[in-house]
Design a protein. Structure first.
Length: 359
């Protein structure tokens, strides 16, 4: 019981608990002030679609944050994955899963390449992924012009539209149909969350990735192949980015060069708000989803009040700065606690020695 109580207290003190409270308060306030916020097909379903897509984006950033790196090319990796998938559908007539597999493979390979460059050269991940971002930023529109007729791929295989715009109302079992306010898009997002959770908690590679993020030197002394784990983390980031790009294309019905252009800010907001440590070694999958949910609800609420895009971006930027400051404060407090404990122990030892001398 004591262990359960300690775990419950730790959970209540975590960023996730605060996020849940903020989301509940915000949703309740919006429902009272703007009853249209509760409209299932026109507000809730698009909101949940956005949350599903950007949760996968947040996971793509989270896996590199887990080793203390960052991926500034997450949006462009999503874009190149969507490009290859769209070309596979339109130019080669491949079925849904085969085309998606090609897109995921391309983005995963580029992510692994970035990780390999970082591991072999020691160049900071900021520089490497920034260079990849600019490279892909020019390459993607060029390839769309070469591979498509209207700078977009609009051919969709069977099942593509169902994933992008279907809801649980389309799924009927035992005479009962689900809600039209819950899109099928949430299933791939939940699947990605489950796989990443399993990776970090149930596999040796996942634990080694976290150890690499905690301390590269300590991980190397423990026999962990840190270079391989760096490549693995960036490859996983590319894989998740490609899935997010595909989901966005499915929700809009076409593959365009703009896919991934809005991913950068949200990719950091979700993990950092959720408790993922910038320095590496600690991740929060549920926290990432909650962070994305909070920012998406804020965005939707401001849209209902007619607030412009510029104000939205300013507010999200302020939220990111606040999240970064909070992460920094958490790190400082974590460093001070061991120091304070050591100082208290030393003081106690001195007092005991003095007491013994007086005797």
């Amino acid at each position: 019981m004591s262990r359960l109580g300690a775990a419950a207290r730790a959970e209540l003190r975590s960023p996730r608990a605060l996020l849940v409270v903020l989301i509940v308060v915000l949703v309740t306030t919006l429902a009272i002030l703007k009853p249209a916020f509760l409209n299932g097909p026109f507000v809730i379903a698009p909101l949940l679609t956005t949350i599903a897509i950007f949760t996968v984006v947040g996971l793509a950033q989270m896996v590199v944050l887990s080793i203390g790196h960052m991926n500034l090319a997450v949006g462009q990796l999503a874009g190149i994955g969507a490009l290859v998938t769209g070309a596979a559908f339109e130019n080669f007539g491949l079925p849904l899963l085969a085309g998606l597999a090609l897109g995921v493979l391309a983005s995963t390979a580029l992510g692994a390449l970035a990780g390999w460059i970082i591991a072999k050269t020691g160049v900071n991940s900021f520089i490497v992924t920034l260079a990849m971002s600019f490279t892909l930023l020019g390459l993607i529109p060029t390839l769309y012009k070469s591979w498509s007729t209207g700078q977009a791929f609009t051919v969709s295989p069977a099942g593509f539209e169902t994933i992008g715009r279907g809801t649980f109302a389309d799924v009927c079992m035992f005479g009962y149909c689900g809600s039209n306010a819950v899109p099928l898009m949430v299933l791939p997002a939940l699947g990605c969350m489950a796989v990443i959770w399993y990776f970090y908690t149930c596999t040796r590679s996942g634990r080694e990735v976290l150890m690499t993020g905690s301390s590269v030197k300590a991980a190397e002394l423990s026999g962990i192949p840190t270079a391989s784990r760096t490549i693995l983390a960036h490859a996983l980031s590319g894989l998740l980015a490609a899935i997010a790009g595909f989901l966005l294309a499915a929700s809009t019905g076409s593959f365009t060069p703009a896919i991934g252009s809005e991913f950068m800010l949200s990719s950091f907001l979700g993990p950092i708000l959720g408790g993922t440590r910038l320095a590496g070694g600690l991740v929060s999958i549920v926290g990432t989803a909650l962070g994305i949910t909070l920012t998406s609800v804020i965005r939707k609420g401001l849209e209902l009040f007619g607030v412009g895009l510029e104000t939205l971006n300013v507010l999200l930027g302020v939220i990111l700065l606040a999240a970064l400051a909070t992460d920094r404060l958490r790190l400082l407090f974590a460093r001070r606690r061991p120091a304070a404990a050591t100082e208290s122990a030393a003081t106690l030892a001195v007092e005991l020695e003095e007491a013994e001398a007086h005797r």
